[in-house]
Design a protein around this ligand. Sequence first.
Ligand code: ADP
Length: 240
Amino acid sequence: MDRIAFTGVGKRYGPTWALRHVDAVFRAGEVVMVIGPNGSGKTTLIKCLLGLVHPTEGAITLDGKIIGGDPSYRTVIGYMPQISQFPAALTIGQLFHMMQDIRGLGPAEVDDTLIKELGLDTQLNKRLSALSGGTEQKVSAVLAFRSRPSILVMDEPTAGLDPLAARTVLRHADRVRNEGGTVLVTSHLMEEVEALADRVAYIQDGSLRFLLPMKEIFQATGEDRLSRAIPVLLSKTVPV
Ligand code: ADP
């Protein structure tokens, strides 16, 4: 089932087109890895979906409805940003409570298993201003997963996390997919995410060069690692 559709989406910042004519569909029950060089438009694509920036042209639909002025569609989306900005005066525990209140969630709608699995249960009284980068990432992961999202957007989720925590976060992303969710992960080439992905979207200079199943990528190139398969594939595909 198609959940998210980008149709002719372009985004211009001043003279720079950060996204150009992107047509893409993301389905229920899949993990799509969004990759491409720095500055290629990955974050802009995610921000358009989240409504943090508005496309200059084209449209994005979620379950058939165009996302626009009304931000209520975002309640189904869990977002783990690359850099989080937390209110410094609060503790971790206070932030979790506050976000639950803002979203109007009751205890039954909240999944707190990740708090314990990431070892945050013993750190709930720590101030957000005093956290290491890795702990910030863990807090950000808990917030992304907590309201049982059916769409999960993660921007470089494992950057700054220790390997165990990274694996835990990716296991939860896998669970969201298996329960029928749509998961978009931007990532530098990483074996861990590679193992999870169903399809790969490759963006270059704002254009979607391809959006292909992992199996097809490996079959077409004869490679079994994305880091080797992608250059082969790019040399074969005609630039958009
Ligand atoms: P990526 O996430 O792949 O690194 P981005 O989506 O952040 O790429 O950026 C795509 C392009 O848009 C880059 O050229 C970047 O400099 C430009 N860009 C991104 N955000 C802004 C902004 N707020 N103002 C001006 N240019 C921007």
